[in-house]
Design a protein around this ligand. Structure first.
Ligand code: SF4
Length: 346
């Protein structure tokens, strides 16, 4: 059964697989960058980021000497910023422990920050170093449906799925097989409305019926948060941004000051001698991060050149060319400011 399944997947992949993706190369460095970007992000979103990243940092040497702020800037908008920090950290480890050569041994790859079993298997197998099975979300979904695997206990389920994935993964053409499984999961055996009629596994006896069977959805509890976002623009067309401190969400990126309490907002305004200013615009910006829904109550202030404030002169960035990474909510605030500015200056 498993060899029939792998043959069907390989046959399908040869004809329909997404072979033209820019990271379909044998360079483990490029595969590593793409695999980290693809963690929790769709292929189409990743492509432009990947191309830009590889153009600027074509190899490990160029990456090792990069400043984390510059890496955060290039990653800006892709989200899950821990990934780029782990890439930065890993590059130093590879330089120090592997003399700037991406490791070939599976265990060495697995030991790098931000790399779990599936990512290590994908990098190692796509680079031609090993023949390892993977278990990403797409492969899990296919296995659960195809083999009708039901298990309440998450740990036991994970083990069952890994065992199954290992048992069906062929030792020959492993790279094409796992890529084929990922592609089928992504374009055919989708979370909702799987297109079974064009799936190569249908004729292999997959009896999953999307109209009869409903997979249990685990509802994640959404945490609603309210924050104040203070956007300061000065007469020289600069915006005031502060680096987000360690331990906070979006740490390492730059943002307009944020506060969870009105009293803290007022204290900060008073301390910096801007409490007498009236906001020129106000807006509510909604931003969703995994299980958090954050409402930014956003106040835009305009500072004339003669206004004496206690803010550091180093924290002002040219609005036309912000050369540091900013979170998505900050981008949304900038879009609002520009559209309000245009409306009021026509
Ligand atoms: S036949 Fe349908 S449910 Fe089964 S693996 Fe293919 S797409 Fe998924």
């Amino acid at each position: 059964m498993s060899s029939n399944l792998s043959n069907s997947v390989l046959k399908w992949y040869k004809k329909h697989g997404r072979n033209n993706l820019p990271w379909k190369v044998k360079d483990p460095y490029k595969i590593w960058i793409s695999e980290i970007m693809l963690q929790q992000t769709q292929v189409n979103t990743v492509i432009p980021y990947y191309l830009k990243f590889i153009k600027k940092y074509p190899n490990l040497k160029s990456l090792v000497s990069a400043d984390l702020d510059d890496l955060m800037l290039i990653w800006s908008g892709l989200g899950y910023y821990r990934r780029i920090k782990n890439i930065h950290l890993s590059s130093k480890i590879i330089a120090r422990e592997h003399n700037y050569n991406f490791p070939h041994k599976y265990d060495d790859i697995l030991s790098l920050p931000g790399i779990g079993r599936t990512t290590a298997s994908a990098i190692s197998t796509f680079s031609g170093f090993s023949n390892k099975a993977i278990l990403d979300g797409n492969v899990k979904r296919i296995l659960i449906r195809f083999y009708e695997i039901e298990e309440e206990n998450k740990t036991i389920l994970e083990k069952k799925l890994w065992d199954k994935s290992v048992s069906i993964t062929p030792l020959k053409c492993t790279s094409d097989f796992i890529q084929g499984m990922m592609d089928i999961g992504s374009v055919i055996c989708k979370r909702t409305n799987p297109e079974c009629c064009r799936c190569p596994l249908k004729s292999m006896g997959c009896s999953y019926n999307p109209t009869h069977k409903r997979e249990k959805k685990i509802k994640k509890k959404i945490n609603n948060i309210k924050m104040n976002l203070i956007v300061l623009i000065n007469q020289s067309n600069q915006i005031y941004l502060e680096k987000i401190k360690a331990g906070k969400l979006w740490q390492g990126l730059y943002s307009s000051p944020t506060f969870t309490l009105n009293s803290h907002t007022n204290e900060w305004m008073l301390r910096n001698n801007i409490s007498d200013l009236k906001p020129i615009y106000r807006s509510n910006i909604m931003h969703r991060v995994t299980h958090k829904k954050i409402m930014f109550n956003t106040f835009f202030y305009f500072l004339k050149n003669d206004k004496k404030v206690s803010l550091s002169s180093k924290n002002w960035y040219n609005l036309a060319d912000i050369n540091v990474g900013v979170p998505k909510y900050q981008d949304k605030a900038l879009v609002i400011y520009r559209s309000e500015y245009e409306k009021n200056n026509v």
